[in-house]
Design a binder for this molecule. Structure first.
Ligand SMILES: Cc1cc2nc3c(=O)[nH]c(=O)nc-3n(C[C@H](O)[C@H](O)[C@H](O)COP(=O)(O)O)c2cc1C
Length: 512
């Protein structure tokens, strides 16, 4: 059985899935549209029960909701309407567009290739209008399919090694990721996408929880086999990746051990045939936790980020205050969001950029980020057009809330190259690269730290998206040439790995 502590597993996967100018050209992969996977998981033998479509507006400003969280001990119970808002605004269908091969159902959060490999499952006790059970969210029907009847929360408490937020949560939303649905296009790099795409979804989910007054905590530490068995997923194809404890109530009564059987439910095949990429299953196995005892030992303090004293010119962030900032409500902003397909080469303002950086990095409640406010990823920027800042490469010192200029210059062409030779990062006003020092993270968390670092980047990237759209700017996630990114930001970034990229700017509206 692979060992989470043997960190060569994650390093091997990371190195094997780097993109470079040469690797992209050497890859003969093409998109087999005749074998494109279904975008939804369908249980043909289970009728979904529809979720309420009419839900009250929270009216909470998006820029507040993404920056804040509700204190962990605040008593709060979600009801069915709250559940409808949580799943709709994180994973629901928000737009659809016809194309030559059919229809694309766009969802609330950005997702690589619009392939939507993340499924949501609800594990809850008795709630208002929803009996205790385990449910699968069906976006196509905007409904829930009940997989198990009864209160199974104590199985999650056990599997998470008595994680305190889970132990008091009326509802936990578990995200799973389905290999083939994303690997159809992205092959073995898909395991990175699990973190990215689950992360953007969780950025929305966390913000909606805050807007609804629900405490929320992201939990990455759990015994994988137990959670997969509880959800009854085929773990060769689909695996639990994260859980979010929502709400707070009295401690869940423990029944140990919790017994449950396999359901053997039929699901509709995603494609005529699936291509297996074993390195991803190896990566998953290498980062799996196997026993209840292993989990609390995994939940250790986050390694502190020590930033070198600045040697270049520094610029204080100048975020808009609560009075000055956009008050556009979270719901409006999520429904308005859609990745920019073209940026105008026009500047954004320093307060706009500062507000995005400030609001997105105020801390994520997560079991791998202790104390709250610590962060695994470091933010490096290529600034092309921000009023008041010279174009160049910058580093964000989060503690001092300042940007250090690492080198000045017009790097539009370089940014286009680093972002996999695409036009979007060349035309954006700013490109934000997330880099992480993987070794100390993996030494602290084992291979599972790799899941955490990708997930955190996705959450922060998702918050950047929302903060941009709240200010009527555009954003898009992007992929990148790994080692070229590190080289570009070195010597400052020496030894760090490129994890995520989001570009921001003024979108050019689609002509339709
Ligand atoms: C992590 C991440 C990476 C992405 N990479 C690219 C990219 O390299 N090129 C691109 O054009 N779009 C990229 N996208 C945008 C997706 O294609 C887009 O999110 C998806 O089509 C869904 O559309 P929507 O975001 O407008 O809802 C990326 C999105 C994410 C979240």
């Amino acid at each position: 059985m692979p060992e989470n502590r043997d960190i060569e597993g994650a390093l091997k996967y990371h190195n094997a899935t780097k993109h470079s100018y040469a690797s992209v050209r050497a890859n003969p992969h093409f998109l087999d549209f005749a074998n494109q996977p279904l975008p939804f998981k369908i249980y043909p033998t289970l009728e979904p029960s529809r979720l309420p479509e009419e839900t009250p507006q929270t009216g909470v400003a998006a820029l507040s909701a993404i920056a804040e969280s509700i204190p962990a001990q605040t008593n709060a119970m979600p009801d069915l309407k709250a559940i409808a808002q949580l799943v709709h605004l994180s994973s629901g269908i928000t737009r659809q567009r016809k194309h030559s091969g059919g229809e694309i159902y766009f969802r609330a959060a950005a997702c690589t290739g619009a392939l939507y490999e993340v499924e949501l499952y609800l594990v809850c006790g008795d709630l208002d209008d929803l009996p205790a059970g385990i449910y699968h969210f069906a976006p196509a029907e905007f409904g829930l399919r009940q997989l198990r009847t009864g209160d199974y929360r104590s199985a999650l408490v056990e599997a998470t090694g008595d994680e305190p937020a889970i132990a008091h949560a009326p509802l936990t939303v578990v995200s799973t990721c389905t290999y083939w649905r994303n690997a159809w296009k992205y092959q073995d790099r898909t395991y990175r996408h699990f973190g990215w795409d689950n992360g953007t979804l969780l950025a929305n989910l966390l913000a909606v929880a805050t807007a609804l007054g629900l405490p929320a905590k992201v939990v990455c530490g759990f015994v994988d086999n137990k959670v997969n068995a509880l959800l009854d997923v085929d773990s060769q194809r689909e695996v639990a990746f994260s859980a979010v404890a929502l709400g707070h109530g009295s401690a869940i009564p423990l029944q140990s051990p919790v017994e449950f059987s396999s359901l053997g439910l039929e699901t509709v095949p995603l494609s005529r045939h699936e291509v297996d990429y074993p390195v991803m299953r190896e990566m998953h196995a290498a980062s799996s936790l196997h026993s209840n005892e292993e989990v609390p030992a995994w939940r250790v303090h986050t390694p502190p980020s020590r930033f070198p004293a600045p040697t270049g010119p520094v610029f204080q962030l100048r975020p808009s205050s609560d009075d000055e900032m956009s008050r556009d409500a979270l719901e409006q902003v999520i429904l308005r969001r859609g990745s920019s397909r073209k940026f105008a080469r026009t500047p954004i303002t320093l307060p706009q950029l500062s507000t995005i950086l400030d609001r997105a990095t105020r801390g994520v409640p997560a079991d791998f980020l202790d104390p709250l406010g610590t962060q695994l990823n470091h933010l490096y920027l290529i600034i092309h057009a921000v009023e008041g800042l010279e174009p160049g490469a910058y580093f964000l010192d989060r503690d001092r809330r300042e940007l250090e200029c690492l080198k000045q210059g017009n790097f539009r062409d370089v940014a286009g190259f680093l972002g996999l030779e695409q036009q979007l990062p060349a035309d954006a006003a700013v490109d934000i690269f997330f880099l992480a020092d993987l070794r100390p993270i993996l030494q602290r968390f084992g291979n599972r730290g790799y899941r955490a670092v990708q997930l955190e980047a996705g959450i922060l990237g998702g918050k950047c998206y929302l903060a941009a759209y709240a200010q009527r700017l555009g954003a898009t996630g992007l992929t990148f040439y790994d080692d070229d990114v590190t080289r570009f930001f070195s010597p400052h970034a020496e030894g760090k790995s490129a994890i995520f990229l989001v570009a921001l700017g003024n979108s050019v509206k689609r002509q339709s």
